[in-house]
Write a protein that binds this ligand. Sequence first.
Ligand code: RIB
Ligand code: CA
Length: 310
Amino acid sequence: MINKIPVIIDCDPGHDDAIALLLAFASERLDVKGVTIVGGNQTLEKTLNNALKVLSFADINVPVAKGADKPLMRELIIAPEVHGDSGLDGPCLPESHLKPCDLSAVEFIAKIVKESEEKITLIPTGALTNIAQFLICYPELKNKIERISLMGGACFGGNWTPAAEFNILVDPEAADIVFKSGIPITMSGLDVTHRALIYKEDIERIRAIGGKVAVMVAELLDFFSKFHGQMGFEGSPLHDPCAVAWVIDPTILKTKKLHVDIETKGEHTLGCTVVDYYDVLKKEKNVEVAFDIDRERFVDMLVQAMNNYK
Ligand code: RIB
Ligand code: CA
């Protein structure tokens, strides 16, 4: 009997966040202790509602805790052009029968970490505000975090500015706290997620599974493909599931251990994950940066996961 890995997913659903959640809950390798929500792709009210609707639709009953509605020190930026006005445009999902728990995201993470005999792996797929606030409020619990497998950043380029990826740019100060925490980090940035492309034939493979969840995921991908098609992508970069897939099976990504700093001041570079690719600074290599993915296995993992749902 393989021991399950205890994880908490912190997200801003968002199409790819929703698929990351469904992938995680379908995996026999993961014990998802809870889901915490942050503002990002849309306002916190909408990302929370989207998370509750997806989990309810998939008959997943798990604690969901409401987190930060804005970054530590900045105003929230959102991404309706990517995810629509609801933050989860495309499928028509019924209202959720789930309600968020009474604890805040930070209090929920602290509770789970305190009560767990094993160290907890955190999987953030949005801005890092909740994670940073947890580290600020509960520094004594840092040593009970096994690893942070996050979607965010990039070694080369950005998708919201030429230098910054959206999740890091939303809250650079939070990202700086997390990347300086000393907790082992696996960073699934754009270098790998732009290779985690889902093509039309992959979407049809998922739709053909036929269950209501698989069909809903295909509809999410139909919508998600529109924006990326307009951006000139052949397929849709499935960002957030990369962070989950690595925890399920680390061999699915190719990573390089590198030093990473976060730019919190640059006029043109704010939110950049400054990856010391050539080790010029000779600083501590604090991050496993992902650069490639076994795409075929990734898609098979997604298809297999969707087969687990009704
Ligand atoms: O840049 C991609 C990231 O920003 C993904 O996590 C997506 O969901 C958005 O949050
Ligand atoms: Ca996200």
